[in-house]
Write a protein that binds this ligand. Sequence first.
Ligand code: PLP
Length: 421
Amino acid sequence: MAGRNHLFVPGPTNVPDRILRAMHRAMEDHRSSDFPSLAAPVLQELRKIFKTSSGQAFIFPASGTGAWEAALTNTLSPGDKVLASRFGMFSHLWIDMAQRLGLQVEVLDAEWGEGAPIERYAEALAADKNHEFKAVLFTHNETATGVTSDVAGIRKALNDAKHPALLMVDGVSSIASIDFRMDEWGVDLAVTGSQKGLMLPAGLGIVCASQKALAKYDGAKLPRCFFDFGDMRKANTTGYFPYTPSLPLLYGLRESLAMLQEEGLENVFARHHRLAEGTRAAVKAWGLELCARAPKWHSDTVTAIMVPSNVNGAEIIDIAYRRYNLALGAGLARMAGRLFRIGHLGDLNELMLVSAIGGAEMAMRDVGMKITPGSGVAAALEYWRTTAPELAKRELPPRAPDPQPGATAPSREKATAGAGR
Ligand code: PLP
């Protein structure tokens, strides 16, 4: 099909041209004397997206799932009790992993579409006078349902109960897109992957560990080998890895971190909020419901849209893909067929997102839903043009100066610096 595929799944996300170019490298010796000049600054810079000054970042050639495993196995022992809530596919899979690793998981089940139940966490922690829970697992952004939970709230629950359990947060679909403050919120292990807010291909499982988490390493007896923090720390100290790292992804990560710093993390968060609000305006105009049951849980990286019971959401996704070259996110597990998702994270702007809203609109009409043509697109555009405060007031960047007669034209690279990725 002619034209680009419109990628609107909530990860992998669009890889900016700048990052694609940065990754386009001949392979190098990862044991050369030059290698640390790539790896060491990346490991340092990476900490900024977690907002930590005292934490240590680890990069594994893996995905977010590997980063979950690293967090658990480097800090816990067989039979340890952990407290977790389940309210979507990813919070479920993390619990499943913890159980399969031999941990005892006390599960707080909540409705899919609700956020993590902070009050119930607080009750369980307050009741645990002997501090049997060694860790609390918390999914910041449940990608399956488009729900964001309150990390500051779970930290407060731990503090109120004076509970020493480690706080482990899955930030796979939030970090580098939604506000995340590792130090301020006392997060001990923050987990992410490369293919979402970092705008890279999948292939890096990233964990950031607090000093408190690192201090648990020696006593933690769960088996680990590939994901061993000790091996990684030893090699990282001199700027190397204990095994072959993915060079293109490290070059890509360096570029991604530079781009995030150039835009400014707070601007990145504001942009994601604006994009999400426009998408939610479209859903409202279509007369449909979000899976997220209350505004406090609305996710700024993914919108999960419920479809009427006589419609199969999978059919909308299939038509969008095969007829319009648009990839939408599917309903997962118990949400299969009941919803479709629009991922709006990473390297994205308003007019790109219009293509997803317009394509979803066409596919919904194709399956017979009574959607007023253009209604979602109009609602999103009007929100962005008139309501989104920072967009409406945003100053236009200055025009490139007219070339003076006789002056040499600025190089194309300079003229387009910062414009597009
Ligand atoms: N956690 C969340 C919230 C996710 O969205 C995902 C993947 O989409 C994962 C964990 C698993 O990450 P990966 O697929 O990179 O292993």
